[in-house]
Design a protein around this ligand. Structure first.
Ligand SMILES: [Zn+2]
Length: 371
């Protein structure tokens, strides 16, 4: 067999080099094009990680609720979509671990920071603005005064990361002229908040049993719980005076729960029920309206027979509170859906709100339907 030399490679000519450059540049361009193409998304799932799943679900549901609430602030008649948003909150907040979840903490703190900003910046020329805080706390502002009822930092939820930082709570305290505390339970009474008021020379009114073993007890105002007595309570260093009645309420059979009825210098009146829940007290609840016209009743949503309370007080408006106290067991973490059931057929307009929301009561006489 004859040996045949392999064909000699031809020396590369210019045409070959150009062809190779073209080939490589096409390849590189092709790669770049493919890199810019959107990669097909991986199928998202949370299999095996229930905790992360529930966190993500809280983000989605709270985000949806937030969006609806922002589009439909509290109003009368109630925008139908608000109920959907509040039911979404029920769903998220009836997870036993809710106060430990970062999305829940962020949702709560953001809403409270927004309320603090509004309270700092909002002037009221007529009527009143009522901010609902946690969980049965309200801040009420009229032209002359700002009242706080059962204001706490929300440590009752039992999770430090959920509670309001002191700096934020201080921003809620600072604009208020007086604090009314219904009873000693931690979801209504916060000693740090009370001492802030005291240090600013503002009255803190509560039952004598409250913090009776604390050094600042004698700095609290103890008004007698006598339905027929109207107390004059000076605020703003005597510049204005509130008229206060204290009704001798109870939580259950024994726990003293003061029901405050406060009349502002403009003649607007607000009645906060605390944790009123003793049916024997209907003896005076049934006659609440005898003490004069009531603008706004602020009942705990789970008070027994709320429709009877409303018949007794005859308020112009009802704003229930105490929903979703996260320190309570799931069965007593009162949901909005039950508030809607319990207050259906109330003989007064009813505004259901969540943390940080505000209702404008007779602020705009042209448009306000709560008149
Ligand atoms: Zn309570």
């Amino acid at each position: 067999m004859m040996y045949r030399p392999l064909p000699r490679l031809e020396r590369p000519c210019l045409a070959h080099i150009l062809a190779l450059v073209l080939l490589f540049s096409n390849l590189i361009n092709g790669l770049q094009l493919r890199a810019a193409d959107p990669a097909p998304p991986p199928t998202r799932n949370y299999w095996g990680d229930t905790n992360r799943f529930l966190d993500q679900q809280a983000i989605v549901l709270l985000g949806a609720a937030q969006e609806i609430l922002a589009q439909s602030p509290p109003a009368l008649p109630e925008p139908a979509q608000r109920r959907t948003a509040l039911l979404l909150l029920d769903a998220v907040l009836h997870d036993a671990e809710a106060p430990k979840r970062a999305p829940v903490q962020e949702f709560f703190q953001r809403r409270m920071a927004q309320a603090a900003l509004e309270i700092e910046q909002t002037r009221v020329e007529r009527g009143a603005i009522i901010w609902k805080l946690y969980d049965h706390a309200f801040v009420v502002r009229t032209r002359t005064v700002t009242l706080a009822f059962d204001l706490t930092r929300a440590h009752s939820a039992g999770v430090a990361g959920f509670a309001l930082p002191d700096a934020l709570a201080a921003r809620l305290v600072s604009p208020c002229d007086a604090l009314f505390i219904s009873h000693r339970h931690g979801d209504h009474a916060d000693d740090w908040v009370a001492q802030q008021f005291i240090s600013q020379g503002k009255p803190v009114v509560g039952p004598a049993e409250l913090w009776s073993d604390r050094p600042f007890h004698d700095k609290l105002r103890h008004l007698s719980a006598n339905s027929n007595e109207a107390h004059a309570l000076p605020v703003q260093k005597g510049q204005h005076t509130l008229q206060v009645r204290v009704f001798p309420g109870h939580q259950g059979t024994d726990l003293v729960n003061h029901v405050f009825w406060v009349r502002t210098p403009e003649g607007l009146s607000f009645c906060h029920l605390g944790d009123q829940s003793n049916t024997e007290d209907f003896a005076w609840i049934d006659r609440l309206a005898d003490h004069g016209p009531l603008d706004i009743l602020l009942p705990n949503c789970w008070t027994p027979n709320p429709l009877r309370v409303i018949r007794g007080a005859k308020p112009a408006l009802v704003i229930p509170g105490h929903e979703n106290e996260l320190g309570h067991s799931i069965d007593h973490r009162e949901p909005y859906w039950l508030t809607y059931e319990r207050f259906a057929g109330a003989g007064a307009p009813c505004v259901v709100m969540t943390w940080g929301e505000a209702f404008r009561y007779r602020v705009d006489p042209e448009t306000d339907e709560s008149r």
